[in-house]
Write a protein that binds this ligand. Structure first.
Ligand code: GLV
Length: 310
């Protein structure tokens, strides 16, 4: 019976081991670096594997990301060629992202940062309430998570726009694609939600140039990757008023360094990469299904295209 090697935090190893055991009672679950005979391993389940780790398993059939993103795996220049890399596509994680997006779109839409300040000053002052039907939430990246978040905030009445690398047609979403579509998409996105994968083509996409294409006073909600932003440009846009606020869950350097000006910027909400978290209970069922497929000799679901990195 082939074995699984797991590499992440120690407490999550315990949880994943226990949850996968409910799917495979006789599972051979090994926690890196105690991989035993490396030739036994057919599946690696990893978060931020160290360089060269994955090429050590001669019979590896699948690499599973312990997250929606796979950039932490492709960061290894010594990945074994031809072994499928699989994203964790867990509806519970998508729901968590949707909560984070709804929380931040709504708190900006309802001028919550102003009311928090006014309360501190004991100031009773009603600001005009804007109509959701006149405001557009734009999703940079139109994958599984963006689709879930878009569907969940649409009933409030917001207009929804989306941008992706390749053309998409999704009911109720004003879809744009490619370099040509980016300016048109940004021009209407009063709330810009980044849910892109981090690839060489998307690193630094939120820069002075693209921020200037947003309507003045737009809001940025980044739950993609820190590398999508040029942080100095985001700060400059906040200070100039081009951005009215930002909710940032991901950063170029994590943990966000103590001296980052983002920590105490009055227009910024900082959270420590928690918009979604991997969940061993819900995730194990998804991963187990892929392990079964691969052990039956079928290709896994949700494998990424290494040429584009997602
Ligand atoms: C977290 O950032 C993930 O990729 O799931």
């Amino acid at each position: 019976m082939p074995a699984i090697v797991f590499r992440s935090h120690a407490d999550s190893a315990e949880q994943w081991g226990a949850n996968l055991k409910t799917q495979f009672p006789d599972i051979d679950f090994r926690v890196w670096p105690d991989a035993g005979n490396k030739a036994d391993i057919d599946t690696a389940i990893v978060w931020k594997p160290e360089r060269g780790m994955l090429r050590q398993f001669p019979n590896l059939k699948m690499i599973v990301s312990l997250g929606a993103g796979v950039d932490h795996i492709f960061a290894d220049p010594e990945l074994p060629p031809g072994v499928p890399v699989v994203r964790l596509v867990d509806p519970w994680m998508a729901n968590s992202i949707s909560e984070y997006v709804a929380l931040n779109v709504l708190r900006f839409h309802r001028d919550d940062p102003d009311y928090v300040r006014q309360q501190a000053e004991r100031k009773w002052n009603a600001l005009p309430l804007r109509e959701t039907t006149q405001r557009t939430v734009g999703f940079l990246g139109m994958g599984f998570m963006a689709g879930d978040a878009a569907a969940k905030i649409k009933p409030f009445g917001f207009r929804i726009a989306g941008w992706s690398r390749t053309p998409k047609q999704i009911d109720g979403i004003d879809c744009h694609h490619g370099q040509d579509g980016l300016e048109r998409f940004l021009g209407r996105s009063e709330f810009l939600v980044c849910l892109l994968p981090a690839t060489p083509a998307t690193v630094g996409i939120i820069s002075a140039k693209t921020l200037a294409m947003l309507p003045r006073g737009a809001y940025l909600i980044n739950c993609g990757r820190g590398a999508h932003t040029v942080e100095a440009d985001v700060l400059a846009a906040l200070d100039s008023g081009q951005l009215a606020g930002a909710a940032l869950d991901v950063f170029r350097t994590e943990p966000l360094p103590a001296d980052s000006p983002l920590w105490n910027h009055p227009k910024v909400f900082v959270t420590p990469h928690i918009a979604a978290q991997t969940n061993a209970r819900t995730g194990a069922a998804v991963v187990a299904e892929n392990i079964r497929r691969v052990r039956r000799g079928e290709p896994p679901r949700d494998a990424v295209d290494p040429a584009v990195g997602y």
